[in-house]
Design a protein around this ligand. Structure first.
Ligand code: ADP
Length: 461
């Protein structure tokens, strides 16, 4: 069911319930008030008659009947009957001749006990009133039709019914237009979103003037679009850089082959060319390997195998790995402030990726320092495990500290060192999918310290 219709029906249902309650309340209280009035009037009538009858020595009954006929004009078809203590009818007056009523003894007894008793007889309402004084004990039953009261009650019922029906129809119509206005911003947002595509990512949803919930929604969607746009641009840059990095050695290989094939050459020449091609291919292979790792780390953590990983064990492998890349590289591990339990050195993560991230930073420390030495410390800081990688190398300018985490970015003056500019970007991505962070402290020409914070397993850091 469309939301618009749902809002209309809900709104109409609410008003229907409220109107029903109000109308029934008004009707009920009016009905009660009429009932009280008729009871009081019939009781008064009974009281007067009883007083007059108890003085029968003074008034004759014909006079009492004349008084009964002359009073309370709005009470139609009056009947007044009086009974003595033996339930004998001692007086009777009827507006309509012959309109006597049968009163059950139980009613008379009830009136004697309670003072008055209200009841209905035919279309009349009646009150039995008990009068007792030193001279007599009477029960006077006065009955009549409350023509005025009933007429007013029925007029009120009609008015309420008309208002109720008209009110509900009006609410249905008003609710339909009201929900239209309410949902207008949603339509606007949908239209705006439909116009935005991968090719038109710079467009944004208009947020409107008032800072209401629709504004919040449009604002949130715009922030999402900002992130999407950034991510698209990042990918575009990344692909273009990666293609460039791959096409350069391919061009070199192709031109080397072309030149050497132009004429017959000696075995030594061919060996040199093949050696050079081999190096280029090796470099391309390393690059594709890194690109694959990048792709793996670019997704969400959901697609990766996560398990508890001992960080100290990953670090222990670093000296051999560094020496494997370059025999001059030296890595010294220091476990100074280690917690007593091995459990506290666990990180919940993907071991190969974590190992790659730390290795990249450690290799950089060896690569960008004259002594090719990296010092690695491991400690626990509250809910985090902290790996510090320290070197006494060339240092990093403050202005470069953010940029070195961008893919393919290399500091110009160090670009003769072997590398693609992907190591730190990959390390940063891996640490981020493990909900950790990397910080840098560096001084130009004095050295650099990389701080890798990783949440310890079993914590919600
Ligand atoms: P690569 O080392 O392949 O160039 P990285 O992404 O690993 O790429 O590093 C980006 C840049 O950051 C490097 O080119 C280098 O200039 C700088 N850098 C990284 N680590 C260090 C370090 N320990 N000392 C000095 N400069 C560093």
């Amino acid at each position: 069911m469309p939301v618009r219709l749902r809002i209309t029906l809900l709104f109409a249902l609410l008003v229907f319930v409220i109107l029903s309650l109000v109308c029934s309340g008004v009707y009920y209280f009016f009905h009660q008030s009429r009932l009280n009035t008729i009871k009081t009037r019939l009781t008064n009538r009974g009281m007067t008659t009883a007083r007059l009858l108890s003085q029968r020595e003074v008034f004759d009954r014909g006079l009492v009947q004349r008084i009964d006929s002359a009073t309370t004009i709005s009470l139609k078809n009056k009947t007044v009957q009086a009974y003595d203590y033996q339930n004998r009818k001692i007086y009777q007056y009827n507006d309509q001749p012959g309109d006597t009523m049968q009163v059950e003894t139980e009613i008379l007894d009830d009136a004697r006990v309670n003072g008055t008793r209200y009841f209905k007889t035919g279309n009349k309402e009646a009150v039995a009133y008990h009068h007792a004084d030193s001279a007599s004990r009477l029960v006077v039953v006065s009955a009549a039709t409350d023509a005025d009261g009933l007429e007013r009650l029925s007029a009120l019922a009609k008015i309420l019914l008309v208002f109720f029906l008209v009110g509900n129809v009006l609410v249905l119509v008003a609710g339909y237009f009201f929900s239209r206005g309410l949902l207008l911003p949603v339509r606007k947002i949908t239209e705006d979103v439909e116009e935005i595509s991968a090719h038109n990512l710079t467009r944004r949803i208009s947020t409107g003037g008032s800072k209401d919930e629709w504004y919040q929604l449009a604002h949130t969607l715009n922030r999402l679009l900002n992130r999407l746009q950034e991510s698209f641009e990042w990918q575009r840059r990344f692909i273009s850089n990666a293609s460039h990095e791959l096409s350069t050695p391919l061009t070199v290989i192709s031109s080397q082959l072309e030149v050497s094939l132009q004429r017959e050459r000696g075995a030594e020449d061919y060996r040199r060319v093949m050696q050079s091609i081999y190096q280029d291919v090796q470099r391309m292979s390393r690059l594709t390997q890194t690109l694959l790792e990048m792709a793996k780390a670019s997704g969400s953590a959901g697609g990766l195998d996560f398990m508890p990983v001992r960080l100290d064990e990953i670090l222990m492998e670093l000296p051999a790995q560094a020496a494997g890349i370059n025999p001059q590289f030296t890595v010294t591990i220091q476990f100074d402030e280690l917690p007593e339990s091995d459990e506290e050195l666990l990180v919940y993560g993907n071991e190969p990726l974590l190992s790659t991230a730390i290795k990249n930073i450690v290799i950089n420390a060896c690569k960008y320092s004259a002594d090719h030495t990296a010092l690695v410390y491991l400690s626990r800081k509250d809910k985090h495990l902290l790996v510090v990688v320290e070197d006494q190398g060339i240092g990093i300018e403050r202005s470069e500290r953010d940029r070195i985490f961008q893919p393919f970015y290399r500091v110009e003056e160090n670009s003769n060192a072997e590398g693609f500019g992907l190591g730190l970007s990959l390390a940063d991505k891996i640490v981020k999918i493990h909900k950790g962070r990397i910080e840098i402290d560096s001084e130009k020409d004095r050295g650099t310290r990389f701080f890798i914070f990783l949440p310890a397993a079993g914590t919600t850091a």
